[in-house]
Ligand binder design. Structure first.
Ligand code: NDP
Ligand code: PMR
Length: 397
């Protein structure tokens, strides 16, 4: 508890909190300008029907037909090879998303669509990480705006690439916020970005996953241990608790209703943990509704405690200083960004991880196993209600 106590006694002046601006939806013109298709010769070799011959092209407004074979014709050795897969990763500009994008791109088997809100930051991060030129495409996505999500879906459909895997990874964590901030659509920011933005994105891209001919299509939503109250980490206050969902039902807008899912007073750390519960419930509800019909694998995971990422950027400086050694030497839950990226990359592409409806974790030897979710995070009735309320809020029902 020392860590928590240390952080709570610090004056708020020490807080590293930034204001998160309300973001209006970007215009289609700006979005198109931010689309960059840069694909390598290697990529073109894998997908002979999808050649893009410029290193930086604005995507035309009309949708392009997508037709890629599941397996390329037999090589001279007579062996059939699976074509390059295309994986959308949200929040690929830093931390887990970037490390996963790098691991996939370097495998030579994947083209990564980096779905990010800051184009320049992402371009610099991809270059600094040494991602092979042409192994990725950056497409603008701001999950704090439903218009941006819809525009993103239109834009990726114009890329002339099938979508084979979608990874909902981006997140914000606002533990020091005294007041809630809101997305462009008026949802409390943590649940709005981490859950509702991803909910709309995943629902829309399910159509694209269905249309893909890739042998193993997957939709992955990143969860966390701190949303699971059946663990020590999940019992550090404030604990996740969606209650009777009255705040979500009322729109999470803080105007005449609460900004929290359970209708209680705003608490930024709890809002994040609640959003992770929604992520894990959503994955299971997708599995129940669509796995049999579509063959898509739905999965969630806890990649380990990646204590060095930008997720803690709004926490107080003392926390950011103590958190990595605390996780390394005391809880022993620490994992590097590189290792966590490899773990998520396994969930994207390992043939042994095709089981649907699973929440993956890794043991001390970095071996994956099917983990147990908390009672609330595996409550089927709550999952159905969260699904139905979320589809109303994002305009799908
Ligand atoms: P980072 O802060 O490094 O990455 C978060 C990413 O989300 C960034 O790329 C950020 O973009 C992006 N993002 C934030 N807001 C938006 C938005 N409105 N629209 C689009 N993208 C946005 O944190 P992590 O890598 O640690 O987090 C990645 C995932 O891992 C999260 O889902 C988190 O819950 C999960 N996780 C993390 C753990 C950890 O210990 N770090 C443990 C368990 C789970 P930008 O660069 O522009 O800010
Ligand atoms: Mg936690 C095995 C024990 C364990 C693990 C694996 C984590 C992971 N944490 C553990 C224990 C503890 N933490 C204990 C005993 C304490 C009290 C001192 C503690 C405190 C703590 C704080 C204040 N831990 C935190 C915070 C945060 O602000 C982080 C958080 O909740 O972010 C939402 C966090 C985390 N601890 C973790 C992990 C993975 C996190 C952060 C990330 C996340 O869930 O996304």
């Amino acid at each position: 508890m020392a860590l928590q106590a240390a952080t709570s006694f610090l004056p708020s002046a020490l807080s590293a909190r930034k204001e998160v601006p309300l973001i209006s939806s970007p215009s289609p013109t700006v979005d198109r300008a931010l689309l960059v298709a840069a694909r390598s010769d290697r990529h073109a070799r894998h997908e002979p029907t999808q050649r893009v011959n410029t290193s930086s092209v604005a995507i035309r407004a009309q949708a392009a037909a997508v037709s890629a074979p599941t397996a390329t014709p037999a090589s001279p050795s007579g062996k059939k090879t699976v074509r390059t897969g295309n994986a959308v990763i949200t929040g690929a500009s830093s931390g887990l998303g970037l490390a996963t994008a790098k691991a996939l791109a370097e495998s030579g088997k994947w083209h990564v669509i980096m779905a990010c809100r800051d184009y320049l930051k992402t371009a610099r991060a991809a270059r600094a990480a040494g991602m092979p030129k042409g192994s990725y495409t950056i497409v603008h996505l701001d999950l704090a705006s439903l218009d941006s999500v819809r525009q993103f879906v239109k834009n990726v459909r114009q890329l002339d690439m099938p979508i084979d895997v979608v990874v909902c990874n981006a997140a914000v964590y606002q533990p020091t916020a005294k007041e809630p901030s809101f997305t462009a659509d008026g949802f409390e920011m943590s649940v709005g970005v981490n859950h509702l933005g991803h909910f709309l994105l995943a629902r829309e891209l399910l159509e694209d996953l269905k249309a893909s001919d890739y042998p193993s299509k997957r939709l992955i939503i990143v969860g966390s241990i701190t949303g699971n109250t059946n663990t020590l980490a999940g019992n550090v206050p404030p604990k996740a608790n969606l209650g009777d969902l009255r705040g979500l039902a009322a729109g999470l807008n803080g105007v005449g209703s609460a900004a929290m899912i359970d209708g209680a007073e705003f608490d930024g750390a709890k809002a994040y943990k609640d959003s992770k519960v929604c992520n894990m419930l959503t994955m299971q509800e997708f599995h129940r509704r669509y796995h049999e019909e579509t063959g898509v694998t739905f999965a969630s995971l806890y990649p380990g405690c990646i204590a060095t990422t930008g997720l803690f950027r709004e926490h107080v400086p003392l926390f950011r200083f103590l958190f990595p050694p605390f996780q390394k030497y005391i809880t022993k839950g620490y994992v590097s960004e590189e290792e966590a990226g490899k773990r998520l990359a396994q969930v994207v592409s390992e043939p042994s991880l095709t089981k649907s409806g699973v929440y993956w974790s890794w043991n001390k030897n970095s071996a994956s196993f099917e983990n147990q979710l908390s009672e609330e995070a595996s409550d089927t009735e709550k999952a159905r209600k969260v699904w139905e309320l979320s589809e109303k809020l994002v305009g799908l029902a």
